[in-house]
Design a protein around this ligand. Structure first.
Ligand code: FE2
Ligand code: FE2
Length: 399
């Protein structure tokens, strides 16, 4: 039985091979049982302000859309008209993401193949760390993509935001492709890597934690419109954008990028660097959406809900710290698990602040300042300069 209050010990007590069974449905049951009392106890409203989906009948001659008709959730205006823009930040992120387009095959992997096949180039624990990260990420991005297209998209009732969600969904496909490309290039055992998220507790725990949130929103009977259901959407967005994309990726990114800094597995490292830049934008988009929902629906952001969200994010922090310990049982590449604990607490404080919650780890500092440079969006345009030009040329082809 999953213990929501102590998921780490619960996960650690699992056998090495997670038996084939409904881990997720069991989790979901417990998740639902233990979800915020605030959410559970709020009475359902009969006047449910259900939003449009974009699939409604076309209303001939209806009044034209005005900017003020638009809303992030529960919007009843036509969703099939991108303009007039209301949320310029969402459209801008769509443009920025598209300008930074890349594909995994563009990154040379020859040196990586040599490095991986040279017994003296990497220590066994470094190899294990690489494999575990590929194990986590290769399925994590499918999970994120499923969450976007099967759960989140339907409930976000704004065309600019949906436009970015579609871009993000494609980027998640590129990320899964990139991980597969790394696995293939290094000649790793595909089945072992792609099954780690259900066979290796260190990798499985985070995916298990996240899935119930997708199941929650993907439930065909779920729709926003009541206070309780709007809070449920907001909670699930925080689980995915703040915890999954904003915390769960950062031990792995740091570990792999530190290899590249030492001139090891430079192709794999570059794939991860491109992905990190995309992910940084995904997370920022998600937090903008969260803040916009809060602004438009201030009644959702109650004291008890805020406390629930603090607890939720802190659970994610504990899981990521544990992942750091599992993947780095002893120091390597000049880093150790304690530094990862400090780093995760440091970035968690930033996430808290970004969505209007107080820091939970006072005094946490950043032991990996070089990571900030890796995701500095101001550098992104230069970083991708040649590539952007190439894609623009492609886009100008005449037929
Ligand atoms: Fe991704
Ligand atoms: Fe993402």
């Amino acid at each position: 039985m999953y213990n929501w209050d102590d998921p780490i010990n619960d996960a650690l007590s699992k056998p090495d091979i997670v038996p084939e069974k409904k881990v997720s449905s069991e989790l979901n049951k417990n998740f639902t049982d233990s979800a915020s009392a605030d959410i559970q106890d709020f009475p359902a409203s009969e006047d449910r302000g259900v939003g449009s989906t974009g699939m409604e009948d076309i209303e001939q001659g209806a009044a034209r859309i005005q900017v003020d008709d638009k809303a992030i959730i529960n919007c009843r205006a036509d969703l099939n008209q991108l303009v007039p823009f209301k949320y310029e930040w969402a459209w801008q992120k769509y443009l920025d993401g598209s300008a930074n387009h890349w594909m995994p095959e563009e990154i040379p992997m020859h040196d990586d193949i040599k490095c991986w096949n040279d017994p003296s180039a990497l220590r066994p624990e470094e190899r294990e760390m690489v494999e575990r990260n590929l194990g986590f990420f290769s399925t994590a991005d499918s999970l994120v993509a499923n969450n976007l297209v099967l759960a989140v998209y339907k409930h976000i009732t704004n065309p600019e935001c949906r436009q970015y969600l579609l871009r993000q969904a494609f980027e998640e496909a590129i990320h899964t492709h990139a991980y597969q490309y790394c696995v293939q290039s290094l000649g790793l055992d595909e089945a072992r890597i792609f099954n780690m998220y259900r066979e290796l507790p260190a990798v499985a725990t985070k995916a298990e934690w996240a899935l119930p949130f997708t199941q929650s929103l993907g439930d065909p009977t779920f729709q926003t419109g009541t206070h309780k259901d709007n809070q449920r959407l907001l909670r699930d967005l925080i689980a995915f954008y703040v915890v999954f994309e904003g915390i769960f990726f950062y031990v792995g990114f740091t570990q792999i990028l530190s290899l590249g800094r030492r001139n090891l597995l430079t192709g794999v490292s570059q794939q991860f660097q491109y992905i990190l830049r995309d992910e940084s934008m995904h997370m920022n988009f998600g937090m903008d959406v969260i803040n916009q929902i809060k602004n438009e629906n201030p009644d959702l952001w109650t004291e008890s809900f805020q406390q629930d969200m603090i607890d939720l994010i802190k659970t994610g922090v504990e899981l990521e710290i544990q992942y750091g310990r599992d993947t780095m049982p002893k120091p390597m590449l000049g880093m150790d698990a304690n530094q990862f604990e400090e780093y995760i607490k440091f970035i968690a404080n930033r996430r808290f602040q970004r969505i209007g919650l107080p820091h939970q780890y006072p005094g946490a500092t950043n032991p990996f300042e070089w990571m900030s440079e890796m995701m500095d969006l101001n550098k992104e345009k230069n970083f991708f300069e040649t590539r952007v030009t190439e894609y623009k040329t492609g886009g100008q082809l005449k037929f």
